[in-house]
Design a protein around this ligand. Structure first.
Ligand SMILES: Nc1ncnc2c1ncn2[C@@H]1O[C@H](COP(=O)(O)OP(=O)(O)OP(=O)(O)O)[C@@H](O)[C@H]1O
Ligand SMILES: [Mg+2]
Length: 329
């Protein structure tokens, strides 16, 4: 995989130059982004692959917004796998603080150190104080760990819409100058610049300062052709008709103005459930059996239970599946 990404240039360089090459080019060409992502099992469209390529080339954070289960978080993991690096993940939630994100001094370790040192006769308190506030006594959180990586990692800041404005503002220093100012520890500069992926489900609007610094990628539900391809990767033993029928059903369901339209991940669950049941296609008679997988709110369940509702849905799905099949023919 590494060879795909860095090409001959990577192999010819010595160790010192190696990290420079890595920093300057995560993927060696645009074509290789799609290929490398696909090899990890992630099927991206051309806009997504181009944006990822540009973001890695220009050291820009990538802000991903879109419905639940559309592949935002997975894209970060796919890029990391494709680039043969690891993910540092900051899972955001309401009330998250800087300690969780950046880290904090290990007070227990500090106390232990003071106790041990105070046993010796001549303690240099000034240097002990400095030592206690060094990196050795600091338990790094994901943001700091990402900056301290020898080789650039992927820094995933997931569900950023859950945090407040103050926390969002704190990220600006990191994303603008690739450093963190930590009280008592000082300013920590990046050893390598991570590829930053920010995701949001749009519960709160992300502020303009962060938007200005990022490339923005809208992650929507895929086309039927792309969804069939994604299903194919998860159920490779099934026929293409089956993959297309799953994608057709997804498209039909999303056209039904449901409260909670199905995401890619739910369609993958459905495909796998059908395999477990030994079924190759969805028929109108399977309505009650499949409702728990397709309708995730009471209103949606009622809608799919309407007289002839499910039968017409299956009819639409078959039509979309035929179109998807024609698209690849
Ligand atoms: N383009 C894709 N290619 C392959 N698999 C995909 C793709 N998009 C989504 N998936 C599948 O859907 C699953 C859910 O994706 P993911 O967790 O990234 O969604 P999300 O947008 O982060 O959702 P949420 O907003 O709920 O966190 C993935 O684990 C993966 O199996
Ligand atoms: Mg997610």
């Amino acid at each position: 995989m590494t060879d795909i990404l860095f090409g001959a240039r990577f192999r010819l360089l010595g160790t010192e130059e190696l990290s420079w090459a890595w920093e300057s080019q995560v993927f060696s060409s645009l074509g290789q982004v799609a290929e490398a992502l696909r090899a990890t099992g992630y099927i991206a469209d051309s806009i997504a692959t181009t944006t990822v390529y540009l973001a890695t080339e220009l050291h820009k954070p990538l802000l991903l917004e879109g419905p639940a289960g559309s592949g935002k978080t997975q894209l970060a993991y796919a890029v990391a796998e494709a680039a043969n690096t690891r993910v540092e993940r900051l899972q955001c939630y309401e009330g998250i603080n800087e300690e969780k994100a950046i880290g904090k001094f290990d007070e227990l370790l500090q106390r232990l150190c003071v106790e041990l040192r105070s046993k010796s006769a001549n303690v240099d308190w000034e240097s002990l104080r400095a030592e206690l506030h060094s990196k050795e006594f600091f338990g790094a959180g994901p943001l700091l760990r990402a900056l301290q990586c020898e080789r650039p990692c992927v820094l995933l800041i997931d569900e950023l819409d859950k945090v407040d404005h103050a926390f969002e503002a704190m990220l600006l220093e990191l994303l603008s100058v690739w450093q963190l100012s930590i009280p008592k520890l000082g300013t920590v500069k990046a050893e390598s610049i991570p590829f930053v992926v920010l995701t949001s489900n749009e519960e709160r609007r992300i502020g303009d300062p962060l938007r200005r610094r990022s490339f923005y990628l809208r992650v929507e539900h895929p086309t039927a052709e792309r969804e069939a391809e994604i299903v194919r990767l998860r159920t490779p033993d099934s026929s293409y008709e089956f993959h297309a029928s799953m994608a057709g059903l997804a498209k039909a369901l999303r056209g039904w103005s449901l409260e909670k339209p199905p995401s890619i991940s739910e369609i993958l669950d459905l495909a796998q459930a059908l395999k477990v049941l030994g079924e190759e296609r969805v028929t109108p008679e399977m309505r009650d059996l499949l409702l728990p997988l397709l309708a995730k709110t009471e209103a949606d369940r009622r809608k799919l239970c309407l007289r002839d509702g499910f039968a017409s849905l299956v009819h639409d799905a078959q039509q979309y599946a035929r179109e998807a099949l024609e698209g690849v023919a």
